[in-house]
Design a protein around this ligand. Structure first.
Ligand SMILES: Nc1nc2c(c(=O)[nH]1)N[C@H]1C(S)=C(S)[C@@H](COP(=O)(O)O)O[C@H]1N2
Ligand SMILES: [Mo]
Length: 322
């Protein structure tokens, strides 16, 4: 296994995540065992988290960006996760995230805004109309999923807090409570997990504040009770379990670029033409593809959302600003 031990850094290559083959083999086995077995698996992962409750929404197709690919089965979406606060194995979050308490929960809004205020999660849920949007999620490790998220554009919230002229970036700070999150004992990343966007990226209608998936509130392992979804960027930009949103003037530090700046840049736009220093980004494996020998898919520029977001980067050298 190839680990960057010298930096205390363990981002595994997709091919090294043993489970990929094992995982798909197991899925086929389960499929062979019939629907009851599959249901059992689903219940097992549901039990490990706060009970999901239905979250009503209307289907929406913002800027024509809805992904037509077949959604990834719920059992995969909730059992193959990156949420390092609960461990670095893909199966850790589903097994361990039941310890995350999602009520009471407050999201602080701070910095360059005219109306800074803590917002209770139940008020945040009611701030704008809930929409269901099917987006691709492409992990930097080389796999992808297609997920029907429930939420609304982050712009709805940002507009309401009235950013001042000094708001150039938006930083997202996520929960870091060792009592609830066993993964914090590892120094694989700097805690709390922080991410950030340029203000125009944060205000783009595709950028979503998500509260649910598959018509229900988020399972803990997927970032309950509220997370970001930025569909044209590598998955790690989509911070989970957000407790603070800060509008700032300077480009903020982000956890992954602190851990390995030459591997994870600030922009992190999905780009098949800019390889990760240790692997190609030209193709991806779709989680849930039932055929063990399914061909890898070509990765699309901006994850397939180029028509909607390409203009945000006009004139930028995307090899430099990776
Ligand atoms: N707080 C937090 N957010 C996070 C992560 C994490 O480790 N901690 N992992 C990121 C990565 S690498 C990916 S690919 C996505 C995975 O989201 P999913 O498990 O809902 O598919 O969450 C992102 N958000
Ligand atoms: Mo990721």
């Amino acid at each position: 296994m190839l680990l960057l031990k010298d930096r205390g850094f363990v981002h595994r290559l997709p091919s090294e995540i043993t489970p990929q083959t094992v995982f798909e083999g197991r899925r086929r086995l389960l499929a062979g065992m019939g629907a009851a077995a599959t249901l059992g698996l689903r219940n097992a992962s549901a039990q490990s988290a706060t009970k999901a409750v239905p979250l009503a929404s209307v289907r929406s197709n913002v800027l024509g960006a809805i992904t037509i690919d077949k959604p990834t089965p719920l059992s995969d979406v909730t059992s193959y996760n990156n949420f390092y606060e609960f461990g670095t194995d893909k199966s850790d979050p589903a097994r361990r995230a039941h310890t995350l308490k999602t009520r009471p929960w407050t999201v602080a809004i701070e910095g360059a805004v005219k109306k800074p205020a803590p917002i209770d999660i139940d008020d945040l849920l009611k701030l704008a109309a809930m929409e269901e949007r099917v987006y691709r999620l492409r992990c930097v490790e080389g796999w992808s999923m297609v997920i029907p998220w429930v939420g609304y554009s982050l712009a709805e919230l940002i507009r309401r807090v009235e950013p001042t002229g000094n708001a150039k970036f938006v930083q997202f700070v996520t929960l870091a409570d060792p009592a609830q999150m066993p993964g914090l004992s590892s120094s694989v990343l700097q805690w709390p997990y922080v991410e950030a966007l340029r203000i125009d990226e944060a205000m783009h209608p595709l950028t979503m504040l998500a509260f649910g998936l598959y018509g229900q509130t988020l399972p803990n392992q997927n970032g309950a009770p509220v997370r970001l979804v930025v569909p044209w960027k590598y998955g790690f930009k989509s911070a989970k379990s957000i407790v603070k949103i800060r509008l700032v003037e300077q480009q903020p530090a982000t956890s992954w670029s602190l851990a390995a700046p030459e591997e994870y840049g600030f922009y992190s736009n999905v780009n098949p033409k800019v390889d990760h220093p240790r692997w190609s980004q030209a193709t991806e494996r779709r989680i849930g593809d039932s055929d063990l020998f399914a061909k890898k898919r070509p990765t699309l520029m901006f994850n397939g959302y180029e028509a909607q977001v390409g203009s945000l980067y006009a004139g930028m050298d995307l090899k430099k600003h990776f």
